[in-house]
Design a protein around this ligand. Structure first.
Ligand SMILES: Nc1ncnc2c1ncn2[C@@H]1O[C@H](COP(=O)(O)OP(=O)(O)OP(=O)(O)O)[C@@H](O)[C@H]1O
Ligand SMILES: [Mg+2]
Length: 402
């Protein structure tokens, strides 16, 4: 049994969750903490002090509730500075047998190829291997051949953004953190069949939408687009001449993704800017200001997928999550715009996460728990994470935290 601390650094909130991972891999949530920060914009730190404060508060609350003192979390990274790219590297075998050492050599070669000025490697995820003419191998170890080709997905981030994030974590006493791209975390929550046959996950948060396409069990494409729920709130505030806080409340309490879902006979009260008298608005009218933006989000997602050439890889459909996916009717709007199957993530194929996923804004913390759990259950060789052996870290979690 071990305990795992995960932290989602989102633009609207920093969330910390502590879960107990039983020996058979069951996840039981033991501690929750959250704090608003205001120090982030579109997933990127813009004010260190307030992010540090919020990190401390969220992690402290989760530790208090769980009765733990964990300080080595898995932490999400977001923002449109993240880039995912496919890289292949070759190792000559000269008819030797493939060993862990040779596979490691191939992965090191990949990391050398992925290095770029002003960028940091965050994740190195092997997709498959080709041994001479044999393609699509998952574990080539023990097989013989002449030439081994490793196909790998590498996610990098802008160095200055990563450095600022690491600085915040250090000042909050969390310097042992391992960074995981948000989309990679969320992609752990869809079913094994979806991951194998192909799926797109889209986490629509407050400032960003993190998109990832996974097929044959591994990521093939990732992009973070600067669009999210704050645009809907701005649209409402301008259209209704109401303060931003009230627009946010109206959207969350009374908003729908499409006017056909809004009850025709209900109204909500709108406070006005500059002490003007409040007015009532029909929910259908309110939703009429939200719907075009949701349709635009769907169009942009479709356009990005088409431009990437990976739309057809997401053959089982699109899975939506993130706080904005809580808007009733959003999957139907996406489905109608994209003419493609879409659903909102409400359950995970791993046990123990459905409680968290009642709120789609918890997808990243749930995904981080699944990611951390799987690294422990299926220990991976050291080249899987650019930041050192996850398995050794997990052993630390087990040994060092009580
Ligand atoms: N019921 C709801 N209906 C509509 N929007 C909602 C609802 N609940 C939350 N939201 C919106 O979801 C957004 C927050 O979602 P989330 O917590 O996923 O974002 P984040 O992770 O903090 O931000 P980001 O990922 O962009 O950095 C806010 O814009 C909020 O208004
Ligand atoms: Mg988020």
């Amino acid at each position: 049994m071990s305990y795992l601390l995960v932290v989602d650094i989102g633009s609207s909130q920093i969330k910390a969750v502590i879960a107990e991972i039983s020996d058979n891999g069951r996840i039981v949530t033991r501690g929750l903490g959250s704090a608003r920060s205001g120090g982030l914009k579109q997933g990127v730190v813009i004010e260190i002090d307030s992010v540090v404060e919020a990190l401390k508060r969220a992690v402290y609350a989760a530790n208090q509730m769980a009765g733990t003192k964990l300080s080595d979390p898995l932490v999400s990274v977001g923002g449109s500075h993240l880039v995912g790219q496919d890289i292949s590297a070759t190792v000559m075998l000269n008819h030797r047998e493939v060993t862990d050492v040779l596979v490691t050599q191939a992965m090191e070669q990949v990391q050398i190829q992925a290095q770029m000025p002003d960028r940091e490697i965050l994740s190195v995820i092997p997709r498959s291997f080709t041994l001479d003419e044999q393609t699509g191998l998952r574990s080539p170890q023990g097989m013989s051949g002449n030439q081994l080709l490793a196909h790998v997905h590498v996610i990098t981030g802008a160095s200055y953004v990563i450095q600022n994030l690491k600085k915040c974590l250090k000042l909050a006493g969390l310097e042992a953190a391992v960074l995981v791209p948000s989309a990679l975390a969320v992609s752990q929550l869809v079913s094994a069949d979806e991951r194998e046959l192909g799926v797109c996950v889209a986490d629509i948060g407050m400032g960003t939408t993190d998109i990832m396409v996974v097929t044959e069990g591994s990521p093939v494409w990732m992009q973070v687009v600067p669009m999210g729920g704050e645009l809907l709130t701005h649209d409402l505030a301008i259209a209704l001449k109401t303060p931003l806080g009230d627009a946010e409340h109206l959207k969350v309490q009374y908003g729908y993704a499409h006017t056909t879902f809004a009850p025709p006979d209900q109204t909500a009260q709108v406070k006005k800017i500059a002490d003007r008298p409040a007015e009532d608005i029909r929910l259908q009218q309110l939703t009429a200001f939200i719907q075009p933006r949701i349709e635009e989000f769907a169009e942009i997602l479709g356009e990005r997928l088409r431009l990437s050439g990976r739309f057809e890889k997401a053959s089982t459909g699109i899975v939506l999550c993130g706080g904005t996916a809580a808007l009733p009717g959003i999957s139907q709007v996406f489905e109608s715009v994209l003419q493609y199957p879409c659903r909102v993530l409400k359950q995970a194929h791993q046990g123990g996460l459905d409680g968290l996923l009642q709120d789609p804004a918890n997808a990243v913390v749930a995904g981080l728990l699944a990611y951390g759990r799987d690294q422990e259950v299926r220990p991976q060789p050291h080249w899987l994470g650019a930041q050192g052996s996850m398995f050794n870290r997990v052993r630390h979690w087990i040994q060092g935290n009580f």
